[in-house]
Design a protein around this ligand. Structure first.
Ligand code: F6R
Length: 618
């Protein structure tokens, strides 16, 4: 939520800040702005809307001499509104009253009202509805009592409660960015005669190959040729840079119309890469030995609790079937936001699995921190090695290695998460000896075949498009599945809602008759996941009940399923696959269904309204 970029150096600053903001736009895109040192003043240019709008505004300003863009130092921000609606005024950067300080902020100041009231009593006038303005006004107020900028910031952050990554420009320090963080990411990029500040490493890796991660309660002063670090008492800290791979342009859509389409199409490659690392040979055990989980601990696990949100939660629900099936360890999956440690039944013998693509989701991080207080062991699964979850789960971490996912809706990271969870289930079963060798080898062989099967589904994209766009005018969709494909029904409904804004619900198909069937009529398509196996006949039965209510009927079914063809109006075929492995394939036509319907409706595919990719507020 909210992206921050900062630059000190000799390059042309405006294009550079804009490029950084484009890389960070996934974090929020309701408004954006920059502040640069220009001559003897700070110039703030900001607007409601996306980075493209900011670019237009900057062009107009340049043409009308509103900014000459000559500057060696600046900060930028892309916003996901928390306090105060998206508007020009609430867009960051924010000024203090005297326009001597400009601040950009990611996070939430929980005690902002209290601080604001105090400052109002001192006669300070606030112009925005944001919590961020209290930061800049507080620093400004502190500066009246001390000459040291560092002291003024330190004093302010000690008074602020909440989470923040903040970058600050001071009119009187033309070549420096001050930055501080607590529970929100901020990284410094180290270049030659130039340095950067940003919310994430992939953005910095567009510019530099050395980074230094700021830790909680650390403050940095970034100049062109020097970066200093301090603790909250003003003591100097020494920090060493880490090398990152300078990535090719992460904004390249590789010929696809949308990042979402590109990312859906990358799924075979992502799974293939994971298998190369973790399952090079199906005859041999899964290679997750980097986890420092002792076999004795694994043998003693009394329960597994999976904590996650949104799509990652659906990955957890899918994994529950596989983990319980292969290891017999009781596995519970909870929305991280619903986790109550008092009711958790966790013990020192329990394993908590935290799943988060971004590794930053506040609900997930908070729940995990509470869960580990019980003495339970944490296993983290994330796509981001530079995240809070990766830090928390240092000892037992599996990276899902899906590459940067730019589109806000998760697709390739979902399949990567379930791949990692399947591998973990097999790994655990191999240690426990809870599943017979032949069935484990069969699952491993099937996993190895997945990239090919996924490819076979992906090449059907156009056919799926033809089949689904006729349903784009429907106001409501119901997705049903049973067993291991019930979470896929949930995921499909979430994807359709996010991308098309059409209301959709996912149900366990047996539950339809217990109430939801009342919503069915010829305007509410029912999408059934009917995969050969244990659940097949019963999903068919539940689908027939829906058909009798004249709902338009769509199925995801295996190639050659004549029965499905005779029942459903539209069948989205997938290649032959076993039931246990099927979620990797059933999800694909459903991702395309959401994509093509949203496209048909002219939606903003990669940046749906109201969303942000990284939800760092509870
Ligand atoms: C769905 C989506 C969200 C995220 C959720 C958790 O397409 O993107 O539901 O899955 O916000 O995010 P992470 O996995 O980053 O914790």
């Amino acid at each position: 939520m909210c992206g921050i970029i900062g630059y000190v150096g000799d390059k042309e600053i405006v294009p550079l800040l804009l490029k950084g903001l484009q890389c960070l736009e996934y974090r929020g895109y309701d408004s954006a702005g920059i502040a640069i040192h220009e001559g003897h003043h700070l110039n703030v240019i900001k607007t409601i809307g996306k980075i493209a709008k900011l670019e237009e505004v900057l062009k107009i300003k340049k043409a009308t001499n509103g900014t000459n863009g000559h500057s060696n130092c600046g900060i930028g921000h892309t916003r996901w509104a928390t306090h105060g609606e998206p508007s020009n005024i609430n867009a960051h950067p924010h000024f203090d009253t005297e326009e001597k300080i400009a601040v950009v902020h990611n996070g939430i100041i929980r005690n902002y009202q209290e601080v604001k009231d105090k400052l109002i009593n001192l006669g300070i006038k606030f112009v925005t509805q944001t919590d961020t303005e209290v930061i800049v006004q507080l620093i400004s107020e502190n500066l009246k009592k001390t000459k040291s900028i560092l002291d003024a910031i330190l004093k302010a952050v000690k008074e602020l409660e909440g989470s923040y990554a903040i970058a600050i420009l001071f009119k009187d320090e033309p070549d420096k960015i001050y930055a501080v963080r607590k529970e929100a990411p901020l990284v410094i990029g180290i270049g030659n005669d130039e340095n950067f500040v940003a919310s994430d490493i992939p953005t910095l890796s567009q510019f530099v190959d050395k980074v230094i991660r700021l830790n909680d309660n650390e403050i940095t002063v970034v100049a062109k040729n020097a970066v200093e670090f301090y603790d909250l008492n003003g003591g100097r800290i020494k920090k060493e840079p880490q090398i990152v791979t300078k990535t090719k342009d992460i904004l390249d859509k590789k010929g696809f119309k949308h990042y979402l389409a590109k990312e859906i199409n990358e799924q075979a490659e992502v799974i293939s890469n994971l298998l190369k690392d973790f399952l090079p040979n199906p005859e041999k055990p899964v290679q997750l030995n980097h986890l420092k989980l002792e076999p004795d601990f694994i043998k003693s696990i009394d329960r597994i609790l999976i904590l996650a949100c949104g799509t990652a939660y659906h990955a957890g629900l899918t994994a529950k079937y596989v983990i319980e099936n292969l290891t017999s360890i009781p596995t519970e999956v909870q929305f991280a936001s619903e986790f109550l440690s008092a009711n958790s039944l966790l013990t020192k013998r329990s394993l908590v699995i935290g799943i988060s693509q971004s590794g930053e989701t506040a609900d997930t991080i908070t729940a995990i921190k509470k869960a580990v207080l019980t003495g339970a062991t944490l296993l983290g699964i994330t796509n981001r090695a530079d995240s809070a979850l990766a830090d928390l789960a240092k000892e037992h971490l599996i990276l899902s290695k899906a590459g940067v996912e730019i589109s806000v809706a998760a697709t390739k990271t979902f399949t990567a998460q379930i791949a990692v969870l399947y591998l973990f289930a097999v790994y655990t079963a191999e240690i426990l000896g809870t599943a017979d060798k032949t069935s484990l080898i069969k699952i491993k062989q099937e996993l190895r075949e997945l990239p090919q099967l996924i490819d076979q589904a992906l090449v059907r994209a156009e056919r799926y498009q033809e089949q689904v766009i006729k349903y784009a005018d429907k106001p409501d969709f119901v997705f049903i599945g049973r067993g291991i494909n019930y979470p896929i029904a949930l995921e499909a409904a979430l994807k359709l809602k996010e991308l098309s804004y059409i209301h959709a619900s996912g149900y366990a198909s047996g539950e339809m008759k217990h109430g939801p069937i009342a919503v069915l009529d010829p305007n509410v398509p029912v999408v059934s996941i009917v995969v050969s196996g244990e659940t097949y006949e019963r999903v068919i039965q539940n689908s027939l009940e829906a058909k009798s209510r004249k709902a338009p009927m769509i199925a995801v079914a295996i190639d050659g399923d004549k029965k499905a063809e005779s029942i459903f109006d539209t069948v989205l075929h997938i290649p032959q696959v076993s039931e246990i492995i099927s979620p990797f394939l059933t999800v694909i036509p459903l991702q395309f269904l959401a994509y093509y319907i949203a496209e048909e409706l002219g939606r903003d595919i990669d940046q749906p309204r109201n969303l942000a990719k990284s939800v760092t507020v509870e």
